[in-house]
Design a protein around this ligand. Structure first.
Ligand SMILES: [Zn+2]
Length: 245
């Protein structure tokens, strides 16, 4: 662990990081990409006496490198902090890497393999996996997630994910995206294991009068009439799960 001349640790406390994410709309303040690093802008870390969330920006690795190499000025970042890209456009974004022969979807306790439309809800695809459009390109995963109020939190179209700025918190760490509706209420943990696995590890989602609840090994679907279907260690191959109500 390193410290500056004022004894301030380089490690930013997690609650400060969350405030920075919220202020920046969960992505790079300049370009909106969702893979980010934390940069002390004004004052710079060497001159900082505290981790002030108003002085820290989210930057993607490329924009960050342009600042640290001197190609871009700190003034540019400060300008972007006043009107972060993700707050302007309403979302942060990035791409999944899905190369393999037909990727699989682990949806709580349900493993779906070789399924072009793994799950339909009320006749509409909740997820779809299309083959590459041209040779040498990627499989194309699409889908969407909604919070417990039914608002879209994460939409995915042909591997490009967009995390809505309305969420309380969106945190991208390693290969997982965690979205929280409020403190201690996880709405979604989505993991990708390139090149072949997409994993919905945790989910609490309301859609079309249904509630989807996934946690590790199980998937529960709660129906409007009070009925519940639970799936554990369920493998679906070359097929589709249709949920009607
Ligand atoms: Zn950027």
């Amino acid at each position: 662990m390193s410290y500056n001349a004022y004894g301030l640790s380089r490690v930013i406390p997690s609650d400060i990081k969350r405030v920075v994410r919220q202020k920046c709309g969960f992505g790079c303040v300049v370009c909106g990409l969702g893979i980010v690093q934390y940069e002390h802008v004004d004052p710079e870390f060497k001159d900082a006496r505290e981790h002030d969330p108003n002085a820290i920006a989210l930057l993607c690795p490329q924009c960050h490198a342009k600042v640290t190499t001197g190609m871009w000025s700190k003034a540019r970042v400060k300008l972007a902090m006043r009107s972060p890209k993700c707050l302007q456009q309403g979302y942060s974004r990035e791409f999944f890497d899905i190369v393999d022969d037909h990727p699989s979807l682990q949806f709580g306790g349900m493993l779906l393999r070789n399924c072009p439309t793994p799950i339909e809800v009320g006749g509409h695809p909740l997820f779809s996996i299309k083959p590459p459009e041209f040779e040498g390109e990627l499989f194309r995963f699409s889908g969407l997630f909604t919070d417990s109020d039914g608002h879209v939190t994460l939409s995915i179209e042909d591997n490009e994910w967009k995390a809505a700025k309305r969420s309380w918190d969106v945190e991208v760490k390693g290969n997982s995206i965690t979205i929280r509706e409020k403190a201690r209420k996880i709405h979604l943990i989505l993991k990708v294991n390139p090149p072949k696995e997409i994993i919905v590890d945790r989910l609490d989602m309301a859609l079309a009068g249904l509630r989807f609840e996934a946690n590790g090994d199980f998937l529960r679907v709660h129906f409007p009439d009070g009925g519940v279907s639970e799936f554990t260690s369920c493998i679906v191959d070359n097929c589709m799960v249709g949920i009607s109500f």
